[in-house]
Structures are given as C-alpha cells and as structure tokens.
Ligand binder design. Structure first.
Ligand SMILES: Cc1cc2nc3c(=O)[nH]c(=O)nc-3n(C[C@H](O)[C@H](O)[C@H](O)COP(=O)(O)O)c2cc1C
Length: 192
C-alpha cells in the first residue's frame, strides 16, 4: 500500500495547530472535563502520572497569567484562545528523579489533543513562554516543571491575524518521509 493511499483516523488526519480561534465560541466545562479525562488515562512510566494541568478560561485571571508568560510571537494570537492550559510535569517524585516525566506529559497531552480533535476542537502546543514566570505566577513547587502551554479553541477566521501569520496558516504542512524515520534490521536500513 502506498503511503499516499493510507487513511488515518479523522481525529489524527484533521488535527493541526491553528492560530485563529473563534472568539465567540467558548469551551464548555463538560468538554474541558473530556480533555482532562483523555489525559488522565494516558500510559506513564511505573504509572507515575507526573502530569499536572493549570487551566485558564478567557476572561479569568489564570488565562491572563498564562497569556502574560507567553513569548510575544505566541501571545499575539494565543491570547484569543478560549482555553489556555499550562502543562506541568513532576520531574522528581517520592522514588527520586522521574526520567520519563517529559515523555509521559507528552503522551497525556497528545491524548488530550486527539480527544479535542474528536470534538471539533483544535489545539496548539507552545514551548515559547517563560517557564520561570509561569512557575512563580502559580507557585509551582521546584520538583515540577512547566513544559508547554496549549491553546484550545474552535477554528476561527484567519483574516483577523497579522498578514505574516495568515501566510503561515495557509502554508503546506511538511513531514519527513517514512524512510527517514523508520528502519528495519539496522540503523537507516529502510523497511523491506
Ligand atoms: C513541544 C512543542 C512546542 C511547540 N512550540 C510552539 C511555539 O512556541 N509556537 C508555535 O507557534 N508553535 C509551536 N509548536 C507547534 C509546532 O510548530 C507544530 O506542531 C508543527 O509545526 C507541526 O504543525 P502541525 O501541528 O500543524 O502539524 C510546538 C509544538 C510542540 C509539540
């Protein structure tokens, strides 16, 4: 079967990271709980469940504080998202350093994003924010690390974005070919 013929699950195939969110469409509490439940049921190393989430809804103080920690390039569009989630992971637990804490948070947020996609919601993950500012703003203990901010919302009109960002929204999405990322037998040996 040719790669071009493969039909992925629509929740995966339709997912992308937009910058324009519908300003008139908030996210219900019910939907937010769905997202958190999807994250909660992710696998994790030794079932350590190192993920923690701080949620800001547009108009509340948490949303403002998360938005204020974003780099300018992200804030310009992400502050309009109805939901901003600060994703935090526990790097050190009762049994010492949790080497897979970043990996596990990634799995949990991936599940959240796919669940969002199933509900016509879109997510945009960002590493561009001040971790120190977020840590201080929410009194996050030292053994926890804020890793990403995720903007969630329903798709909006890109005409409201600055011109440069409008161009990026319509640019083709690019991926490495399978031959570059999947091997068989030994390193860089393509799939038979
Ligand atoms: C850990 C991580 C950090 C990211 N940081 C940013 C960011 O700070 N700003 C941004 O606009 N996009 C950011 N992105 C989004 C990626 O640029 C995006 O996922 C990638 O270009 C692929 O596009 P797609 O998600 O639409 O398939 C980040 C994604 C991840 C997973």
């Amino acid at each position: 079967m040719k790669v071009s013929e493969i039909k992925l699950e629509p929740t995966i195939a339709n997912r992308r990271s937009p910058r324009a969110f519908d300003p008139d469409r908030g996210i219900s509490k019910d939907t937010i709980i769905h997202l958190l439940e999807a994250a909660r049921w992710a696998p994790s190393s030794s079932n350590s469940q190192p993920w923690r989430f701080i949620l800001g809804q547009k108009g509340d103080e948490t949303h403002q504080k998360i938005a204020a920690s974003l780099s300018e390039g992200n804030r310009i569009w992400a502050e309009n998202a109805p939901l901003l989630i600060l994703a935090v992971t526990q790097e050190e637990g009762e049994r010492g350093i949790q080497r897979y804490a970043w990996h596990d948070l990634g799995l949990a947020t991936a599940q959240m994003i796919v669940q969002a996609s199933a509900m016509d919601l879109y997510a945009h993950v960002m590493a561009g924010f001040s971790k120190d500012q977020a840590q201080a703003a929410f009194d996050i203990p030292d053994e926890y690390a804020p890793l990403t901010v995720i903007a969630f919302g329903y798709l909006g009109d890109i005409s409201g974005l600055p011109e440069k960002l409008q161009e990026r929204e319509s640019a083709p999405r690019i991926r490495k070919p399978l031959e570059e990322i999947a091997f068989q037998g030994s390193w860089e040996e393509p799939l038979a």
